[in-house]
Design a protein around this ligand. Structure first.
Ligand code: SP5
Ligand code: ZN
Length: 342
C-alpha cells in the first residue's frame, strides 16, 4: 500500500485553541502526523511514495476561489492589521444575517469563512492544508492507476471544511477533493464513508445535492457532541442527492459492538450503491483514550475495523482525519491498516 505524506504538511503548527472558555494547548498538532508516519513505516506492506503537486485546480473544483485566496492571504492580512499570534474569528453571520457579501474587514472575513472559534489560523496554514490536499489527490491517482488501496496521511484534516468555510481544525476537505478528482478522471460513482468520531459536516454539505458521490458518516450524536448543528439521521440528501446521504448518530459512550454493527450497516449501503471507489475518512478519535471524545473503542478493537473495510471489496483510499491521543495514534492507525491488509 502506498503512503502519501508531504513534510510541508507539518508547517501548520498551532499553539493554542479556544476550548471551555480558555486558550488551551492545541490538539491538532504536527506530532500527530509524525506518530502515524512512524507507525506505518514499521508495517512491511506500506511504502512511502512521493507527493506530486497536482496544482490548485483540483482544489478549486470543491472550494470557492475567494475562500482559497483568503486562506492564502491570511498571514499578510493579519500582519498588516498589526496583530500577533494566531487568528480566531469572534463574530459569525447567525440567523437573519447576510452571507452574500464578503466583508472588507479582517474580522468580518474570518467570520464569513469559518464556523467555529476552535480552529487556529496562521500564516503557515494555507501551505500545509494545500500539501495535505495534494497527499489526498496523489492517493486518488494511485487508485486511478490501478492500485487496490492507498493511504493519504492528511493533516491538517478536512471533513469539517465546506465549500467556503473552515472549522474543526479543517481547511481544505481532502476526502471531497479526492472524490471530485476521481469523478473528473472518469469514475462514475464514489462513496465516502466517514468513521471519524465527529460528523463530517463539510463533506456532507459539499455532496448533499449530488447522486454521483454517496456520503455516509457514523459519529457521536450531534445533539450531544461537536459539530452540534448537522449529522442527524433524517438528513438524507436533497434534489438529485436524495437518498444518497446516510448519517448514523451514536450515543456518547459507544463501544465496539455497536460501532461494528453500524459500520457494517453503512458498508451494506456502500455495496448497494456499488461505487467505483471507496474513500474512508479515517478519524481514530473513537479511541477510548482520546482527549476530546467519548467513545470507548480499545486498541484491540482496531484490527476488526480494517477487516470489515477489506470485506467491502472496493478499491479504498484512506484519508486521515481526526484522532488526538497522540501517544496512541500511530499504533491505532497501524492496527486498523494491519487488520485491513492481513
Ligand atoms: C477533524 C476533527 O476531529 N475535528 C474535531 C474538532 C473538534 N473541535 C471541538 C473541540 C472541543 C474540545 N472541547 C473538549 C472539552 C474537554 N474538556
Ligand atoms: Zn473528529
Amino acid at each position: 500500500m502506498k503512503l502519501f505524506f508531504s513534510p510541508d504538511q507539518l508547517a501548520h503548527n498551532p499553539q493554542k485553541e479556544i476550548s471551555d472558555g480558555k486558550l488551551v494547548d492545541a490538539v491538532e498538532i504536527p506530532q500527530r502526523a509524525e506518530m502515524v508516519l512512524n507507525a506505518l513505516r514499521a508495517l512491511p506492506d506500506l511504502c512511502e511514495a512521493p507527493v506530486q503537486d497536482l496544482g490548485r485546480e483540483p482544489i478549486e473544483r470543491v472550494h470557492d476561489k475567494g475562500y482559497i485566496q483568503f486562506l492564502e492571504d491570511f498571514g499578510s492580512l493579519w500582519a498588516a492589521a498589526g496583530r500577533e499570534g494566531e487568528g480566531f474569528p469572534f463574530v459569525w453571520p447567525g440567523r437573519d444575517f447576510r452571507t452574500d457579501k464578503v466583508p472588507n474587514h479582517l474580522d468580518g472575513k474570518l467570520g464569513h469563512y469559518s464556523f467555529d472559534a476552535g480552529t487556529p489560523l496562521t500564516d503557515k496554514t494555507y501551505g500545509a492544508a494545500y500539501a495535505s490536499a495534494q497527499s489526498a489527490l496523489n492517493g486518488a491517482d494511485a487508485l486511478l492507476n490501478g492500485d487496490q488501496h492507498a493511504f493519504a496521511l492528511c493533516r491538517p484534516p478536512g471533513h469539517h471544511a465546506g465549500k467556503d468555510y473552515y472549522g474543526g481544525y479543517c481547511f481544505f476537505n481532502n476526502a471531497a477533493i479526492a472524490a471530485q478528482y476521481l469523478r473528473d478522471q472518469g469514475a462514475e460513482r464514489v462513496s465516502i464513508f466517514d468513521i471519524d468520531y465527529h460528523h463530517g459536516n463539510g463533506t456532507q454539505a459539499i455532496f448533499y445535492e449530488r447522486a454521483d458521490v454517496q456520503f455516509l458518516s457514523m459519529h457521536a450524536d450531534p445533539l450531544d457532541e461537536y459539530p452540534y448543528f448537522l449529522g442527524h439521521a433524517d438528513e438524507r440528501g436533497m434534489g438529485e442527492g436524495t437518498g444518497h446521504n446516510f448519517n448514523y448518530p451514536l450515543p456518547l459512550g459507544t463501544a465496539a459492538p455497536e460501532f461494528m454493527t453500524t459500520l457494517n450497516q453503512g458498508l451494506d449501503e456502500v455495496a448497494r450503491y456499488d461505487p467505483d471507489y471507496l474513500i474512508i475518512s479515517l478519524g481514530v478519535d473513537f479511541f477510548e483514550g482520546d482527549p476530546i471524545s467519548q467513545f470507548k473503542l480499545t486498541h484491540t478493537d482496531m484490527p476488526a475495523i480494517g477487516t470489515a473495510l477489506r470485506q467491502a471489496g472496493k478499491p479504498i483510499l484512506f484519508v486521515m482525519e481526526g484522532g488526538y491521543a497522540v501517544g496512541d495514534l500511530g499504533r491505532n492507525v497501524a492496527s486498523i491498516i494491519d487488520g485491513y491488509l492481513n
